[in-house]
Design a protein around this ligand. Sequence first.
Ligand code: GLC
Ligand code: CA
Length: 568
Amino acid sequence: MISKEITKWWQKAVFYQIYPRSFADGNGDGIGDLAGMISKLDYLQELGIDAIWLSPHYPSPFVDCGYDVSDYQDVGREYGNLEQFQHFLNLLHQRGMKLVLDLVLNHTSDQHPWFIESRSSRDNPKRDWYVWRDGQTGVPPTNWFSAFGGSAWQYDQNTSSYYYHYFFKEQPDLNWHNPEVKEAMFNVVRFWLDMGVDGFRLDAVGTIFEDEDYPPIPEGMSQEELYRMASRYSQPKGEKTVVAYHDEMFKHQVDRPEVHVLMQELRKVIDEYKDRVLIGETDDIAFYGDGNNELHLNFNFPLMRTRQLTAEHVRQNQVERLSALPPNAWPCNTLGNHDTARVYTAFGDGTHNNEQNKLYLMLLLTLKGTPFLYNGEEIGMSDYFFTDKTRFKDPLSVLYYELEKRVNGSDEPTALLRGALMGRDHNRTPMQWSNSANGGFCPPAVEPWLPVNPDYKAGVNVNDQVSNPDSMINFYRRMLNVRRQNPVLQTGEYKEITTESKDILSYCRSNEGQTLLVVLNMSPEIQRFRLPFKVKQILINTMKNWVHIEDPEPTLQPYQGVIYIAAE
Ligand code: GLC
Ligand code: CA
């Protein structure tokens, strides 16, 4: 008899990303915090998620919205303190939920004591904790760029030298070739694991090492050119030519082989503890290692890097992704996070957004692998493209506003809109809890840290939706419950079903006891579908009716999705 691998909690769980600053404000200062999260534990449990990925909660000068950490072993004062954090964690565990933290290994804040020391003198013991190189009179060491604008090298007058930063200049890269850096960071990892956290989402994991030969990139490559190419498209991230140019431009700065040795070492640290998980912010399958010795999960980003979630796109994505995974590697799917447009906006066609949002949830929760949701999706929150520059928080909003003026010569309103579109403020606005002022996120007289999307007045809020059985949130609750009640959706085999219409995506999930048939009309047209075998029950339907169990050739409405239980 073949003994079956016992499945782990992180293979079965649905993860929910909380962006702490925008989730719930417990002390009424316009900033989300731990007290707020604690007050929403019932909410999270009723929603039906199993695990939380918490975006950075550490002390930070907040240049890159928390991804510039100035102390890895504490909690930002605006969020609370360590004691409160431990309390939050305990309460989650009591309710059977898990908590995964964001771990930023590549860089620290320039206000981190390590960097303050490092920059203080050439012979400071922490000098070599960061990547310092001398340039030649006004010329940086290489012609490399920062992914967040300008040269990757920042001149530091104090010691007449340059430090390297892949992201903003306020985020100097750590020198991971230095064993002291590794030791310090592994201690950080142990600090949180000892407190009981269930794992980490590893930020920008591909950027940890750069090519130490420092080869130049081809002459003539520039940020302006990249921007010029990208601005021809409304969603440039998926465009092949833009991606190719981008990859060429940054090829010496990412995905170095050394990173895999480091990940194997980190995995060993994690494995000293019981049942913890590592999730890579990367789509590179190499980070699974041999399937057992690097990261447990890596995001299938190609699934969401598309303008439209067509049946063809998903089919192809699944074939490619699933066949590329090493044995024992577990897939991981998501459609949005704090860096990208919200599902509702990214894939909504402007007419069927609600139907699409439900359909894409059904897709995400029935594909093989661990799904990640992003807070606010469950009430159909959309991107809010506010253009008041004084309220931009993400420096990328400002960067793109400036690039638009400089490169495309656009006028003020066009440039502002471009900044709003290309920055990441639009998908990080506060959670909308009710239809009272500020969407119930914070007291009426307080200005929330980012403006609240005014559509909270039009039903896009938790309170108005919970009492309506047809609302987005109630569909989320039902669908999450269906997944929980049917383990076949968590661990069953996945098999694509051939359909006559190219716009219908269909697949089975099955185990010894059960087969479910998923049928998704991924198009704005009515589609017919012939059931491939006998079914006995409709498990869930994104629309109230239109499809009946007796009908062997059902007609599906635009963006309708149905899950059937197969007859034995
Ligand atoms: C990751 C984060 C992003 C951040 C960057 C630098 O991509 O998701 O928000 O800006 O890393 O830390
Ligand atoms: Ca607060």
